[in-house]
Structure formats: structure tokens, C-alpha cells
Design a protein around this ligand. Structure first.
Ligand code: CTP
Length: 419
């Protein structure tokens, strides 16, 4: 695979690997190795506590560069701020409860916490600690703060811990951590130049001022696509229905309530966009004439007449031009047949279908099991995975469709010029 690094010197990007004082510190060596194998350069930054578990020499031997420690950085030759600037990502693995708390608060009392504050690169954190420490509300709140700020957290796994107890607290698999970081770092910038318009969440269709028709969409899938597109260098406009998620940092956000408002917001933003990802669960119907006042309880049940909402995706596909359009299909039964029909009817480049009747896939959960339907008839069934991972795979397809389109148009131009 050829990677485009978008760097002045075109050398592989640097991952800063922060190692803290956990018994799992030795596993950082395995992570460093996997990162280097994956094609990046690694610089290790150690906290003083980490040096009690593993020596800087181990990392120097593995990475080919001296580890940055409090002592080494006291000389004029190493500027940790420079280190923070040149890094394509900061990965803290293992991360202790103490380091996580400091980063959540913005405290900077050692090199690693200063770098975490100074870097503008994507940050990854892999916690490892005693089960009670990890489960403590303070740690959980700090982890949630980091996530809300856009930090990727590799959740620790269950197992026997060094302290003799067992439970969730073991460092996630080193290979999985390395692959997660590599995916971001090596793809950083591959969607530069694209302007994404992403819709997310449900819509609310008012019955009266206090009641509405809506659905179970949490917005997670659309927000994951928006965050992943930003991480890969795209501009992102996020048109979102009411959800309780923090907006991905860097996205331009338009908040809407109803399907008609969403249709208007998409109409306004679509001319400037090169990719549309319609992840919103737009309500198909709305009450024809919502009451201006709260409907009072009478002897019988009120009658609510519904009319159809505009189909935003279908309209966008009628006027597609060079824009890549991704649609979703939420199904409870006969997924394949419904999705194939939807692909043909809507005319999208990629349809992501998922079975929302299963408890681990679809609405309001972190994971999804999806099937991709491509415009050329190709289909791909994917295993259960997080919505973040699925978002990345959707973007891989968008990228592939764009490259294929460029190749085709270059081919056509060559043919034309050779005539
Ligand atoms: N969609 C849209 N506008 C609507 C309804 C849906 O743009 N009024 C989009 C959704 O964002 C999604 C795709 O169309 O990307 C499919 O949505 P879905 O509800 O599964 O399909 P429908 O077309 O509504 O068909 P059905 O309800 O019969 O399954």
C-alpha cells in the first residue's frame, strides 16, 4: 500500500509513545515494535515513575532514538515542545489513573503531561490499572472527559491483574492499540480537499408544543463518521437532529429538529460539499397540522393525520454530479432484499445497511453489524464492530470511489487526447 504522508521531508510520521508508571510498562516495548513494523517512526517519552519499571535503554534499542526522560530533556538539545509539534500522534500506553487525571485537568508537572497539553495531534490513551481504580467514578469521569475532547481511549480488558485481583483493568492488546494508531496516522490527510456534509441523529416531528414523533437514533454513527472524516483531513459540516453527544472538535455544526429543517439545512450546505453521508434517521412522516397549543385529554383519543416528509437522500441523488453519496438503511427484517431495493431506488454510491432489531447493532448502541452495498452490485458483509471502526471503513470506501472516479476521468481524457 502506498501512503501519502503530506510531510515536507516525506519521511514516515512520528508517533510519540508516552509510557507511565504501570506494571504494564514493559508492554509498551511490544507496542513500539508493532508501530515501527507498521511503517512509522517512534519516539518514547517516559515519566519518572515509568523508569522504575523499564529502562530508557530498552526503548532506545527498539526505536533507534534515545527515550525522552526528565533527565535527558534537561539538556538544551531536546525540546519537548518541538517533540510535541513534530508528532503525528501522541499515544499514552500504558496510562495510569494519575496521568489520565492530570491530562483531563490540564495539569503539566512532567514532560509527558506538558507534551499532552502542547500537542495538536490526535491523542490516544490506553489505560492500565487495578480494577477498582479503573471503575472509580473519578477515573470514569476523567476518561469520559478525554473522550468528549476527541481523545481515543483503548478500553482496558478483563483478566487477571498484577495486583492479584481480576476484572477490567488490563492493558488492551498491544497489537490492537498499534493498529488503531496506525490507521489514523497513516491515513491522516487522505481525505484532504473533500468537504463532507454529514447528517446525524433523529428528527422530531411536533404533534403539539410538548409532544413529537421521533425514533431511537442516538446519532452515534453520524458523529463517528464526522469525527473520522475530520481526523483524515476533510472539512465537515454536521447537520444534526437532537442528540446528547458532544460535537466533534473542528466540525461546523447546524442543529435542527424536524425533517423539513434538516432538508433545508442540507439544501443550503450541499452545493459546497463533495461527499454527502446521510446517517440521520429522518422521520418518514410528520403530523399534517401540529396543534399550536397542548392537546388536552378529551373523552376519546385524538386523530393525528400524517403526511410524508421530503426524502432528502433521494433528492440529493437526483442532482449528484461528482458528489459521492452514502446512504444508510435501518431494517428490522429481510435486510438484503430491502437494502438492494433501496440502493436501486435512491441511486447512492454506497448503502450501509444494518439490522436494527438486534440488541448489539443499530440504534443507541456503540456497535454495529453492517452490510455494504456498492453501486456496481458488489456486497460486503461486515462482522460486529464499533461504530468508530465502521466509520473508518465507510471512509475507506469513499476514498476508493473517489480514486476510481479520478482514474476513469484520466483514462477518458487520455483516450480523448489520443484520438
Ligand atoms: N432518508 C432521507 N429522508 C427521509 C427518509 C430517509 O434522506 N425522509 C435517508 C436516511 O438518512 C437514510 C436512507 O434515506 O440514509 C434510508 O432511510 P430508511 O428510513 O432506512 O429508508 P426509507 O427510504 O425511509 O424507507 P423505509 O422507511 O421504507 O425503510
Amino acid at each position: 500500500m502506498r501512503h501519502s504522508f503530506h510531510r515536507a521531508d516525506d519521511r514516515p510520521p512520528i508517533v510519540l509513545l508516552g509510557v507511565t508508571g504501570s506494571i504494564a510498562a514493559y508492554k509498551a516495548a511490544e507496542i513500539a515494535r508493532a508501530l515501527i513494523r507498521g511503517g512509522v517512526r517512534v519516539r518514547v517519552v517516559m515519566t519518572p515513575a515509568a523508569e522504575r519499571f523499564v529502562t530508557p535503554l530498552t526503548f532506545e534499542a527498539l526505536t533507534g532514538s534515545p527515550a525522552i526522560t526528565e533527565r535527558s530533556a534537561s539538556g538544551p538539545e531536546i525540546s519537548h515542545i518541538a517533540a510535541a509539534r513534530e508528532a503525528a500522534a501522541l499515544l499514552i500506553a500504558p496510562a495510569t489513573a494519575h496521568t489520565i487525571a492530570k491530562i483531563a485537568l490540564g495539569l503539566a508537572d512532567n514532560l509527558l503531561s506538558e507534551i499532552a497539553l502542547a500537542t495538536t495531534a490526535p491523542v490516544f490513551v490506553a489505560p492500565a490499572m487495578n480494577v477498582e481504580m479503573y471503575g472509580h467514578p473519578a477515573t470514569q469521569a476523567n476518561v469520559a472527559t478525554l473522550r468528549a475532547r476527541g481523545v481515543t481511549v483503548f478500553d482496558p480488558v478483563a483478566g487477571e491483574l498484577a495486583c492479584g485481583e481480576s476484572g477490567v483493568g488490563r492493558l488492551a492488546d498491544p497489537e490492537r492499540i498499534a493498529q488503531g494508531v496506525l490507521r489514523t496516522v497513516l491515513k491522516a490527510g487522505d481525505l484532504e480537499g473533500e468537504s463532507f456534509l454529514v447528517t446525524a441523529g433523529p428528527t422530531r416531528e411536533p404533534i403539539d408544543p410538548v409532544r413529537f414523533i421521533s425514533n431511537r437514533s442516538s446519532g452515534r454513527m453520524g458523529y463517528a463518521v464526522a469525527a473520522a472524516a475530520l481526523a483524515r483531513g476533510a472539512r465537515v459540516r454536521l447537520v444534526t437532529g437532537p442528540v446528547s453527544l458532544p460535537a466533534p472538535p473542528g466540525a461546523e455544526v447546524t442543529r435542527v429538529e424536524t425533517g423539513s429543517e434538516m432538508a433545508e439545512a442540507v439544501d443550503r450546505a450541499i452545493p459546497a460539499s463533495t461527499v454527502l453521508v446521510m446517517a440521520a434517521a429522518v422521520s418518514d412522516w410528520r403530523p399534517e397540522s401540529p396543534a399550536g397549543r397542548k392537546i388536552k385529554k378529551g373523552p376519546g383519543a385524538p386523530r393525528i393525520d400524517l403526511v410524508q416528509n421530503p426524502d432528502i437522500l433521494e433528492k440529493a441523488c437526483r442532482n449528484k454530479g461528482g458528489r459521492i453519496v452514502v446512504g444508510f438503511a435501518a431494517e428490522t427484517d429481510d435486510l438484503l432484499a430491502h437494502a438492494r431495493e433501496k440502493l436501486a431506488r435512491k441511486g447512492v454510491d454506497l448503502l450501509v445497511a444494518n439490522d436494527v432489531s438486534s440488541p448489539d447493532s443499530g440504534f443507541d448502541v456503540e456497535t454495529n453489524r453492517a452490510v455494504f452495498f456498492m453501486a456496481d452490485g458488489a456486497e460486503e458483509s461486515l462482522p460486529l464492530m464499533t461504530k468508530d471502526r465502521l466509520a473508518d471503513l465507510i471512509l475507506d470506501h469513499v476514498r476508493a470511489i473517489r480514486l476510481e472516479g479520478e482514474t476513469r476521468s484520466v483514462g477518458a481524457r487520455d483516450r480523448f487526447e489520443n484520438q
